[in-house]
Design a binder for this molecule. Sequence first.
Ligand code: PLP
Length: 451
Amino acid sequence: TILTPNSPTAELQALDAAHHMHPFTHGAGLRGKGARVITRAEGCWLTDSDGNRILDGMAGLWCVNIGYGREELAEAAARQMRELPFYNTFFQTTHVPAINLAARLAELAPGDLNHVFFAGSGSEANDTNLRLVRTYWHEKGQPERQVVISRWNAYHGSSVGSGSLGGMKGMHAQGGMPIPGIAHIDQPDWWSAGGDQSPEDFGLAMAKQLEDKILEIGPDKVAAFIAEPVQGAGGVIVPPETYWPEISRIVKEYGILLIADEVICGFGRTGNWFGSQTMGITPDIMTIAKGLSSGYQPIGGSILSGEVARVISDTEFNHGYTYSGHPVACAVALENLRILDEEGIVTRVREDTGPYLKNKFESLADHPLVGEAKIVGMMGSIALTPEKAARAPFAAEAGTVGLITRERCFANNLVMRHVGDRMIISPPLVISKEEIDILIERAWESLDEAH
Ligand code: PLP
């Protein structure tokens, strides 16, 4: 049997449970109730197999920036599939969609970030980056520069390389990660750290960890530092204002490469094309994926500075994926970038709907269950707490209240994700003010029910 979106929910769930393994999902959580089956979507709204309409506060997985249901992207994919459904970009060949997309990204990216190495996903792109920075230093005559410094609780992907770059201890506990040559420092998470330091001093102290780590390893052994401008999957950690200027000073002083993971922050999420612009960072490499195609096609990549590209081009970089620069994905991404630009979506987030959402979202901090509420552009988080003044976490049952709140949101037809004691949002960038009102109302109601 081939089921359809109109098949009964019970049948869909039964076949799903029989054969489908879900990422990041404990089987016990699904047993007895089955997965929620999403069948259609339009704008910011999902429809499930029972006909419920659900407001998607997470843009899928932080990626459907232009919203669901854009015919132009379907047309771009169909056109490209008819013309050239696949060809590779290996061994001295290229094709039109890869040429155009690389050139467009070079135009959009800040500074001299002007070359693109394509991948099929963010994980693949970060694997590329890991090998790329080490190869870069090898070619520069400093082959001992091999260590990449990252941050605990960071998410940079699920492959062995990118998962090692990440700092998720639960992931490291399974299957042989991290691989050697990767070091971690703490996140600038002022709220969760507690204590009586001001956010500014705390930001400086967290940045200083990078300098300490470089000195501990030996400055001539460090290849790069990788971080998201605003950390996403670990709970949307907005750094104190002192953090990035100090990090920038340190990477410059020790001459190490800076990789900005823009997989979430890129393509308008923070109110600029890239989170690096919002945070005032000048990276040597940016990781991109997700919003690049608004999730309509799997595609990722690394945008390299002219200098990094030049050094790498002086050798053969023995690396690439069958789907590096997949023509259909490139064509869809180009069309997505056209829409983001021509419809002024990034500008609207920065100047209009972003500030509107910020105002409403920060009011959630008045809820008795909420400690801080922080948001940049359209990525935000609230910290749940039993005791606001003490910035206390739910010690023993960490994550439980978050899980309950998420379930209440789901029951109220709002997708909001929970990470430990934080609830996070990252809606489609096309969300309207009316929809923002609905999002905040439903979040408040769900918090009431979880309280
Ligand atoms: N980097 C960041 C910051 C991410 O949030 C993610 C995915 O959530 C990735 C990398 C991995 O991307 P992908 O899931 O496309 O492999």
